[in-house]
Design a protein around this ligand. Structure first.
Ligand code: NAD
Ligand code: ZN
Length: 389
């Protein structure tokens, strides 16, 4: 099959690789019909995520048709159309039982090794390095889905791929980011980053009752999207002092909640290449978590800080004193996608949101390297690339 393979920082290639096979009775094989490139893939593309190996298959936002099932998967059939949450979860452990799906204890086959190095082990993710289980990703023609009885979500007839594809990640991620703000009627929510995650966070903040959403980025097209589609007030952080502007817009108090939908900042140029150090130390450092710093400094006293943005290893210069003395509540994490699939599908079905607004590019899988380039550099008005395998 064809697959998008990682070969180093800024180097992805479309290669012919062996088809995946069932290796466990709870597995399924999916023939992929649509798959997207995520801001999280850019961290890998930028070389920020350690333990990638040359030839690893990328991608964690994918959907398709079930073509083969392990013997113990009974709740889906061959031929079913499904979306696949990017987080891999067993459905039976302490964490899965508490709806904390992205913290599953059984989905990272490398846990024993990772834990030795880091003191904890993250759950398995598709296409996201050996730290996260070493699973082949879904920017490919086929993928193996483990724990398929809980890891496949059947799509009802009458919905297109593009309407449901983002249930795999960025829609639930934006939604959970807003939910983590504990929004009360009348609240003002500020969102740093108007990429796909930020855009869905804006929409979700309104769905959850925010009165005002203020969105921050530097890319005019993305700010425009936040304004026209998301109904947000927008600030360009390259043109104004964000902290001052937010104060002014909120009567001097600051937003009730602030969302960091940026994470390790991929400005379109490499800030620095961490890959080699990171590989050695399973550790990543940056002294420029600008968005996160602004989030903490801007949030009102007693407010909520929600961090869907992905960080790795250590980050430096986080104003913990301000966070402590302002009594901020922090919530963050990989998204518990499984928990949000049904309720967000219903929002799509009843017309509360049409997730297709985010798509700017549809490319054959062969053009994935071009897709990564334009998404990284935000060229050609690129907001989201969907690949057609
Ligand atoms: P993206 O790269 O398309 O968007 C990031 C946006 O942030 C860009 O528009 C960029 O211009 C903007 N930005 C950069 N620095 C900024 C700053 N200082 N202030 C304000 N805006 C700034 O990525 P995306 O797909 O929207 O993903 C956003 C983040 O969410 C990434 O870190 C990604 O890894 C993460 N993510 C997390 C989860 C999760 O489960 N928690 C899931 C998916 C993505
Ligand atoms: Zn993603």
């Amino acid at each position: 099959m064809k697959a998008v393979c990682w070969h180093g920082a800024n180097d992805v290639r479309v290669e012919t690789v062996p088809d995946p096979k069932i290796i466990n009775p709870r597995d399924a094989i999916i023939k992929i019909t649509s798959t997207a490139i995520c801001g999280s893939d850019l961290h890998i593309y930028n070389g920020y995520i350690p333990t990638m190996e040359k030839g690893d298959i990328l991608g964690h936002e994918f959907m398709g048709e079930v073509v083969e099932l392990g013997s113990s998967v009974k709740n889906v059939k061959v031929g079913d159309r499904v979306v696949v949450p990017f987080t891999i979860s067993c459905g039976n452990c302490f964490f899965c039982n508490q709806d904390l799906w992205s913290l599953c204890d059984n989905s990272n086959p490398n846990a024993w090794m990772v834990e030795k190095q880091m003191g904890y082990s993250p759950s398995g993710l598709f296409g996201y390095s050996h730290l996260f289980g070493g699973y082949a990703g879904g920017q490919a023609q086929y993928a193996r889905v483990p724990f398929a009885d809980v890891g496949l979500f059947k799509i009802p007839d009458g919905l297109t791929d593009e309407q449901v594809l983002f249930l795999t990640d960025v829609f639930p991620t934006g939604y959970m980011a807003a939910e983590n703000c504990d929004i009360k009627t009348g609240d003002t929510v500020a969102v740093w980053g108007c990429g796909p995650v930020g855009q869905f966070a804006i929409k979700s903040a309104y769905l959850l009752g925010a009165e005002r959403v203020i969105a921050i980025d530097r890319i005019p097209e993305r700010l425009e999207m936040a304004k026209t589609y998301g109904k947000a007030e927008v600030l360009n952080y390259e043109e104004i002092d964000v902290g001052e502007a937010l104060k002014e817009m909120t009567g001097g108090r600051g937003p009730d909640a602030c969302i960091d939908a940026v994470g390790m900042e991929a400005h379109g140029t490499d800030l620095m290449s961490f890959y080699d150090q990171a590989k050695q130390a399973v550790r990543l450092e940056t002294d420029r978590p600008t968005a996160l710093r602004q989030v903490i400094v801007s949030c009102r006293k007693g407010g909520h800080v929600s961090i869907p943005g992905v960080y790795g290893g250590f980050i430096d210069k986080v104003p913990m004193g301000a966070a402590m003395n302002k009594g901020l509540t922090f919530k963050m994490g990989q998204t518990h996608v499984h928990k949000y699939l049904q309720p967000l599908l219903e929002h799509i079905q009843n017309g509360k949101i049409d997730p297709t607004f985010i798509i700017s590019h549809r490319l054959p899988i062969e053009e994935a390297p071009h897709g990564y380039e334009i998404f990284k550099h935000k060229k050609d008005n690129c907001t989201k690339v969907v690949l057609k395998p």
